[in-house]
Design a protein around this ligand. Structure first.
Ligand code: EPZ
Length: 420
């Protein structure tokens, strides 16, 4: 088991290049199942979740050829089965995108119930609602989602809650379904727009992605082509938090500044200096006296839930009482016990965390990553805190952050990956 050993207390300085968006890539890779011909995907992040997606494609019979660490050629013209490999599917949450993609392709799908980060109940009832509206029969048998969609057809779907996964999954099923599917109360995250742009570039007809109403006119088939995945909003945000927590000065490159507005506006409120350029953001917190804040997570364009743990990490270094409300997930403060090992004063009551921040109360600690973004939060506190800390169970961090120790080292961090 590998762990990170961090000698913290040094401001991060320099430049960091952001990789392609994990949550776009893990949807676009299964979406290639709908394409006849070769797809070349560029700016794919080199992370564990993406590699698992490739393994799933190959297990279905698709050809996957890595062209470089960030580009891949996929040809799913000939597939052997509509049944996704159970051991692979059950290992990650995003494997649910194989349901929509296989359904579109074969009019049936069999995919194990998704695994992934655990922070409360993660139902898929809204995905099911969409497929059923499209005249499919959905059953859960032996831990697998089985969908029969012989009569798959367009439908009007009104989602009861805003769900990234359900929006993309039903979009995937609708691309090759006869008629025009209308998704209402759809999620608006940048990766939803990216998946729609990928599908449109391969011949689909999707309008309205990025708004709460998406219209998908079914087409007969999709053709091959090349597509570049957008930069990762959450990875960029994570480095912004690491820069601010260490009171550093970092230029974050290869970003879409618009996607980061919820973070930059909070940073400005706290007193972190932000300079936006073309595809880059400078975060300067050198010698800054940051102020406490209140923040609430919301679907895009609100403050992203995936940056809630990094935000709490930053607030442990900021004097005063800050309040963080989680409104997307039921129990996404489970990691707080680990941050308390650094001496952080955080009290959680349901979906609200009260952080009594003070850098001087923090001391190095040995902690264990409890999920991907919680792992990032632990790294941030370790980087900000003087002394040698260790973060174990980093398999979670590797699921979503490409070359993290190399990127942090380039910023002046003292971080080593150790095999225990
Ligand atoms: C995506 O998960 C992301 N994962 C998550 O990021 C992210 O936290 C989440 O969206 C919210 O932004 C991927 O894109 C692979 P949802 P997803 O469906 O699609 C409830 C990360 O760290 N819900 O938008 O699974 C659900 O319980 C990961 O990169 C239902 O009730 O999230 C939650 O409270 C972690 N029924 C809320 O909706 C459903 O059928 C939002 O979930 C589906 C969801």
């Amino acid at each position: 088991m590998e762990k990170f050993v961090i000698s913290g207390g040094k401001p991060l300085r320099g430049e960091v290049e952001i990789s392609g968006a994990k949550n776009a890539a893990v949807a676009i890779i299964p979406a290639t199942l709908l394409v006849e011909g070769e797809c070349i995907l560029e700016n794919i992040p080199d992370i564990k979740d993406v590699n698992l997606m490739f393994d799933m494609l190959e297990a279905l019979g698709a050809k996957v050829e890595r062209l470089s660490s960030t580009s891949v050629k996929i040809d799913a013209t000939k597939l052997d089965t509509y049944i996704a490999k159970k051991e692979l599917a059950s290992r990650m949450r995003a494997s649910y995108y194989f349901i929509g993609a296989l359904l579109g392709r074969f009019r049936k799908a069999n995919v194990a119930l998704p695994g992934g980060c655990n922070f409360g109940i993660r139902p898929i009832d809204q995905h099911q609602k969409g497929f059923e509206a499209m005249k499919c029969k959905v059953e859960i048998k032996n831990g697998c989602v089985e969908v029969e969609g012989e009569n798959l057809q367009a439908a009007n779907v009104y989602f009861d809650i805003v769900s990234v996964g359900a929006t993309i999954n039903v979009m995937l099923a609708a691309v090759l379904a006869p008629g025009t599917t209308i998704l209402e109360n759809a999620a608006k995250e940048p990766h939803i727009v990216d998946v729609a742009n990928f599908l449109n570039s391969m011949g689909a007809s999707i309008k309205g992605a990025g708004t709460d109403t998406i219209k998908i006119k079914g087409v007969e088939k999709l053709h091959g082509g090349s597509y570049e995945v957008i930069p990762d909003q959450i990875e960029a945000g994570t480095y912004m938090f690491a820069a601010a927590a260490t009171r550093g000065n970092v230029l974050i490159k290869n970003v879409v500044t618009k996607h980061l507005e919820a973070i930059t506006s909070k940073f400005e409120e706290m007193g972190v200096e932000i300079q936006e350029g073309d595809g880059e953001i400078r975060v300067n917190a050198e010698n800054a006296e940051l102020s406490k804040i209140k923040v609430k997570t919301l679907p895009y364009p609100g403050f992203p839930t995936d940056l809630q743990p990094p935000m709490v990490a930053l607030l442990t270094t900021v004097k005063g009482t800050s309040i963080v409300t989680e409104s997307v997930w039921d129990s996404r403060f489970q990691y707080v016990g680990e941050l308390q090992k650094f001496g952080a004063n955080i009290t959680v009551n349901g979906r609200v965390a009260v952080v009594e921040g003070n850098m001087e109360n923090l001391s190095c600690a040995e902690v264990r990553a409890t999920d991907l973004r919680a792992g990032a939060a632990m790294l941030i506190v370790a980087l900000a805190t003087k002394g040698e800390s260790t973060v174990s169970n980093i398999i979670y961090i590797d699921r979503g952050y490409a070359n993290i120790e190399q990127k942090l080292t380039k910023l002046g961090a003292d971080i080593k990956r150790i095999d225990d």
